[in-house]
Design a protein. Structure first.
Lengths: 117, 316
């Protein structure tokens, strides 16, 4: 299911400084080799909480909180290490389906990636 | 194996060595008159049978030292943890033992655990730890914490011990958390607790300590333990049960029959009152106000049938 899965401390992207920069992926054309969707982790919540993406989309989560968080699939199909402030995790979704995830440190934080062909 | 424990828990000798490792070597401290307290590790751990006659003693709770945190809410958690050490040293009655209710570190890093040990080694008092979720976030999901503090404990770090007639139970409610849930004890730990408590007469005073509250303080922020009731069901027959936790960085109390719940201040930074902010993240307050929102808690145990008297004192 995954091609890319990484956590790193990046220089703060301009896009990340804006709250939950979301790109309209549903209308994306197949031309671009990498489709990217960003999810902010802010105020102990995933934002947007639910995203719908096309197969092949790389989702990048960025922790904007002062507390560490994780991105952990409910079925453990993907999981990040603990991300400190400004750290990111990315995962590429290749197959259609619904992928529920949560923060394993603060399990009331939940989110979902819906991959639609 | 110490048969007094009534379970395959901590071997007293192992624990003694273990504690000595945490507590460091000799330190100078003040002991004033008042309540008689045992001062050696041997005495602290020489519990006697659970039904042994209780005698008065003092212990301390510290919590949420968050070693490694460096954000504006408190850029120097090392210094505030040292303040806790100084406060404990200055106590009129030297405490017999200290309970650390977790989030020792901010990011479960080996050097953060080492730094915490180094800070607390200024106290010549045995310290008993439970992990917070910040101590369990390494890739090994608690491996680093357990390497530092897990020797002789059960499962993922739970254990119990007796001290001067009081039965202390250390629980881990930060492991294997489930999506959408709150803190969690898990069936293995609850089964162990049942066994641990089984042999104790109901007159035994019980102190339970765990990181996240065992009562639901605020579900929307995950401030509770979803299977706590199973543990509390086992505890309700006891005449005096004191449940101590950290995690929420503020003082809160609740009494339910013979069970009283007490949430302690952090030594690092405050958090908002339940629901009072968009999230439970660190609360930034003016620098001069910070000491009044950090602190330690002392507990005076007088006799079996009296509640343990708690005194919260801030660094202000």
């Amino acid at each position: 299911m995954s091609f890319l899965s990484s956590v790193g401390r990046f220089a703060l992207f301009a896009a990340m400084a804006a709250p939950a920069a979301v790109y309209p992926l549903q209308t994306a054309v197949a031309a671009a080799p990498t489709k990217v969707q960003r999810v902010a982790i802010q105020n102990f919540a995933f934002s947007p909480q639910v995203i719908v993406v096309a197969p092949g989309t790389t989702v990048i989560w960025t922790n904007a909180d002062e507390d560490p968080h994780t991105v952990t699939a409910n079925d453990k199909g993907f999981h990040s290490a603990a991300m400190d402030t400004d750290e990111t995790y990315s995962f590429t979704f290749t197959k259609p389906g619904e992928f529920a995830y949560f923060c394993s440190l603060h399990p009331h934080m939940t989110g979902k990636v819906i991959v639609k062909g | 194996m110490d048969h007094d424990h009534g379970h395959k828990g901590l071997n007293r000798r192992e624990l003694l060595g273990h504690c000595a490792g945490w507590a460091g070597t000799a330190a100078v401290y003040t002991v004033a008159g008042g309540v008689v307290s045992s001062v050696s590790l041997d005495a602290a751990l020489a519990a006697g049978k659970p039904a042994a006659k209780a005698k008065p003693f003092t212990f301390v709770q510290i919590s949420d030292t968050h070693i490694g945190f460096d954000k504006p809410a408190n850029p120097n958690v090392h210094a505030t943890a040292l303040q806790a050490v100084d406060r404990i040293k200055a106590m009129a009655v030297k405490p017999d033992l200290i309970l650390h209710t977790g989030d020792i570190t901010h990011l479960s890093k080996d050097d953060q655990f080492d730094e915490a040990k180094q800070i607390l080694s200024g106290l010549d008092i045995p310290i008993f730890y439970v992990p917070g979720e910040h101590d369990f976030l390494d890739e090994g999901q608690g491996k680093t914490f357990l390497a530092h503090y897990g020797k002789g404990t059960q499962g993922l770090g739970w254990y119990s011990f007796n001290h001067d007639g009081v039965h202390f139970v250390a629980l881990n409610n930060v492991a294997a958390l489930k999506p959408g849930g709150m803190a969690h004890l898990g069936d293995d730990q609850i089964a162990w607790l049942k066994k641990d408590l089984a042999a104790l007469p109901s007159s035994t005073p019980i102190v339970v300590f765990a990181h996240i509250p065992l009562w639901t303080v605020y579900e929307a922020w995950g401030w509770g333990t979803d299977d706590a009731n199973q543990a509390l069901t086992l505890l309700r027959r006891f005449g005096s049960v004191t449940v101590l936790n950290g995690h929420i960085h503020q003082i809160l109390h609740k009494v339910e029959g013979n069970v009283s719940f007490h949430s302690a201040r952090s030594t690092a930074y405050p958090q908002p009152a339940p629901g009072a902010a968009p999230s439970p993240g660190p609360l930034k307050v003016p620098t001069e106000q910070l000491p009044s929102m950090l602190g330690i808690r002392s507990a005076n145990f007088l006799r079996s049938n009296a509640p343990i008297a708690l005194i919260d004192s801030s660094f202000a």
